[in-house]
Design a protein. Structure first.
Length: 110
DNA sequence: GTCGTGACTCGAT
DNA sequence: AATCGAGCCACGA
């Protein structure tokens, strides 16, 4: 059991057509201020996994990626568009509209 | 064992 | 509004 498992669980809870930021996920995982771990966790995950990694974007609403890995930037944008998420001319997402409103006290379900 | 880097975020200038 | 720097933890060399 690692902190990554919590991150994965949270990412899986992101509803279709919504997006979440690294910082938000980190907060839900009780990792406030450690958003980099979230990015690292998603870096470790494979596109074929059950985790909707494409619904995770940075705080600016843009698609972030390390390097030219699998062209995941385009894939992510395509997947989000299929879910109904619109991109600005600058290829940004309007977080005011599409940001996932995480359930209150998600980290303390018991 | 140390050192550097990374799908990030925030506060201050 | 945009840019710079510091902070956080895990992993690879």
């Amino acid at each position: 059991m690692t902190v990554y498992d919590d991150i994965y669980e949270i990412v899986r809870q992101i509803p279709r057509g919504k997006v979440a930021t690294y910082g938000q996920i980190a907060d839900l995982a009780q990792l406030y201020g450690k958003a980099r771990l979230v990015g690292y966790a998603l870096y470790r995950v494979d596109p074929k996994s059950d985790i909707p990694w494409h619904r995770v974007v940075n705080a600016k609403g843009e698609i972030s990626h390390s390097s030219l890995r699998y062209g995941t930037d385009y894939l992510q944008k395509a997947l989000l568009e299929e879910e109904g998420v619109e991109f600005s001319p600058e290829e940004k997402i309007n977080l005011r509209q599409y940001l996932w409103q995480a359930p209150r006290q998600a980290e303390d379900t018991h």
